[in-house]
Ligand binder design. Structure first.
Ligand SMILES: *[C@@H]1O[C@H](CO)[C@@H](O)[C@H](O)[C@H]1NC(C)=O
Ligand SMILES: *[C@@H]1O[C@H](CO)[C@@H](O)[C@H](O)[C@H]1NC(C)=O
Ligand SMILES: *[C@@H]1O[C@H](CO)[C@@H](O)[C@H](O)[C@H]1NC(C)=O
Length: 394
């Protein structure tokens, strides 16, 4: 206490004594310190500016380099700001079926359509085979055989229940074809959501021109060349759509859907469709009919049998063949079509499906009406594999 009072006393003495005061001494010493600090800061600023210019230069230089490297190595990931530098980055399909877009983002992205209809590059149109499944794909080996040798003419997308973990080996055409999926309840709007999700994912590949929806119980009835040619040469898309005056047809119509949908426009059809790119975009971008079906077509109105057929029949009736390419047997009656197993797999059975039917193909009668068939049980696989060339020509 004493000493502090004393030192305080000397402070008030003023004059030369001031120099001796420790606090003042510190203040005086601080002057060169401030100067040094200022110098240091200026140096720091200088280094900072030089470094910024250097990094800006490096980003531009390395950015271009990186882009070249990426194109050469066929790596598919590019930072956004580098994308527009080459056409390649716009037309190359996404490297992986996985992405982090939610449905709104995905559908928005998928709805991009070029206004110039001539492609300034060689575009080989592909068929997108979209499998809507619960889990496993028991017919995968038969499909593998079907796809074999036709690389570049098809793409594959699988929507399964979210918890299902596929176990395709890397050599399989189905490996990594799983798209980000969500829960599906059969017969509800979540099923149409899954189909729209498949379409949207497939639309991200510019080369996909036709979109075929299949289930795990579907098989091909012809070889790939026949399927490709039939779809490519058709002037119409194959969406089953008919006006059925019954409790299961018009009977499911709800008056609240008007004026967007009136009863004369109400259509029914199986969900297993083949549509072209234009119609696929129309389905993904739809916000006129979707809310109506979502709200007013609930079981016992099975929305997957009505939404797309009705919507497309209203918007683009002249683009539809109004029939499905997928054969199915309802003759046994009941709520579900017949499922065929091992014992049914005979030459006679497939002749029965393929022969003796006529349909209209490009305004002409044709005997080739179905390219796919359902429903087949896993037990049928072995016989189908063994006899595929006899039954289907592949
Ligand atoms: C997707 O994400 C965006 C941005 O977070 C959000 O606004 C939108 O509602 C989301 N959509 C869905 C379907 O979750
Ligand atoms: C596909 O099947 C058709 C008709 O059965 C046949 O003419 C054609 O040669 C087959 N193509 C191939 C590549 O096997
Ligand atoms: C399909 O049905 C629509 C009416 O919904 C009709 O305008 C169109 O001509 C039909 N398509 C064919 C190929 O008959």
């Amino acid at each position: 206490m004493q000493s502090r009072v004393g030192s305080h006393g000397t402070l008030e003495e003023g004059g030369k004594e001031k120099e001796k005061d420790p606090v003042l001494k510190l203040v005086n010493q601080a002057r060169p310190l401030q100067l040094r600090l200022l110098q240091f800061l200026l140096l720091f600023l200088g280094v900072g500016i030089v470094f910024s210019f250097f990094s800006m230069y490096m980003i531009r230089y390395l950015g271009v380099q990186q882009n070249n490297v990426v194109v050469m190595s066929e790596a598919r990931f590019l930072p956004c700001e580098l994308e527009p530098s080459s056409l390649e980055s716009w037309i190359r399909p996404p490297s992986s079926s996985l992405h982090r877009m939610n449905d709104s983002e995905l559908f928005w992205r998928a709805s991009f359509v070029p206004r110039i209809k001539t492609y300034p590059f060689r575009r080989v149109p592909k068929i997108a085979f979209m499998f809507l499944t619960r889990g496993p794909l028991p017919m995968a080996p038969l499909w593998e055989k079907f796809f074999n040798g036709n690389e570049g003419l098809y793409s594959i997308y699988i929507h399964s229940l979210p918890l299902y973990q596929p176990d395709f080996p890397p050599s399989s055409v189905f490996y990594g074809k799983q798209i980000p999926s969500q829960m599906v309840e059969w017969g509800t709007m979540s099923m149409c959501d899954a189909e729209r999700r498949l379409l949207a994912n497939a639309l991200l590949d510019m080369s996909n021109e036709w979109f075929v929806l299949l289930s795990e119980a579907c098989i091909p009835l012809h070889n790939f060349s026949v399927v490709y040619r039939y779809i490519k040469r058709s002037r119409f898309s194959f969406m089953g759509a008919f006006d059925e005056d019954s409790p299961y047809g018009r009977g499911r119509y709800n008056g609240n859907m008007s004026p967007e949908v009136n009863i004369k426009e109400w259509r029914k059809g199986s969900q297993w469709f083949e549509i072209n790119r234009k119609l696929a975009v129309d389905i993904v971008q739809d916000d006129i009919y979707y809310p109506k079906f979502e709200q007013f077509c609930r079981p016992a109105c099975y929305v997957d049998e009505h939404y797309f057929p009705t919507m497309l029949s209203i918007q683009s009736p002249l683009l539809l063949a109004n029939r499905s390419l997928t054969w199915v047997d309802w003759s046994r009656g009941g709520a579900h079509p017949a499922t065929f197993g091992k014992a049914d797999m005979t030459n006679k059975f497939f002749k029965g499906i393929l022969d003796g039917k006529t349909c209209i193909y490009n305004y002409q009668p044709s005997t080739l009406c179905f390219l796919f068939a359902r429903k087949f049980a896993p037990s049928a696989l072995d016989v189908l594999l063994e006899h595929s060339s006899e039954f289907f020509g592949f």
